[in-house]
Design a protein around this ligand. Structure first.
Ligand code: ZN
Length: 177
């Protein structure tokens, strides 16, 4: 029951609907894991409110991944060389930064950046995808990422960034209080 296969060996990263599902699934699975880790970090810092947000996001992404897995069905099990695609992972929040950027605002900002990358990735495919099926799926995925973005923006309004430009600092911050 797989869809029509395009023979796009020289095409862009996502040439078939199966590859798009694989990519979206990888994104959401990674995001769920990262959000769970960010929730752990917030709990370590006794910010249960923001920890709760990240738990909720982990749950959203996890359920989304499960839905994608169900929708994609067996096409993912056939192993269509997805490892190259998985390496891109535009939604992954980089924990290398997160480990010292543990204020709620920083964590939310990292998550927001990840969601924005994911949305841009799918939005680009919605425009430039290889066929109408890919473009339609990508548009739906982009809309779902936008919901995550709006959720994070609402939380960032509650936990504004203390300073701008923190991401430009190549050195880990020194504890000052
Ligand atoms: Zn997302």
């Amino acid at each position: 029951m797989s869809g029509p296969r395009t023979a796009g060996a020289s095409g862009p990263a996502v040439a078939t609907a199966s590859e798009l599902y694989a990519e979206a699934l990888a994104l959401e699975t990674e995001a769920a894991e990262r959000y769970a880790e960010l929730a752990d970090q917030m709990e370590t810092h006794n910010n249960r409110e923001v920890a709760g947000l990240f738990r909720k996001l982990a749950d959203i992404e996890g359920r989304h991944a499960a839905a994608l897995r169900a929708r994609a069905g067996v096409s993912l099990a056939s192993g269509t060389g997805g490892s190259r695609l998985l390496a891109e992972r535009p939604e992954t929040a980089p924990l290398g930064e997160a480990h010292y950027l543990m204020t709620p605002a920083h964590a939310l900002q990292l998550a927001l950046a990840s969601e924005e990358r994911a949305e841009a990735f799918f939005r680009g495919l919605a425009r430039d995808g290889a066929d109408p099926e890919i473009r339609g799926l990508a548009a739906a995925f982009a809309d779902e990422e936008r919901e995550h973005i709006e959720l994070l923006r609402a939380w960032l309004a509650k936990y504004p960034m203390p300073q701008s430009g923190w991401a430009d600092d190549p050195d880990p911050p020194v504890l000052s209080e």
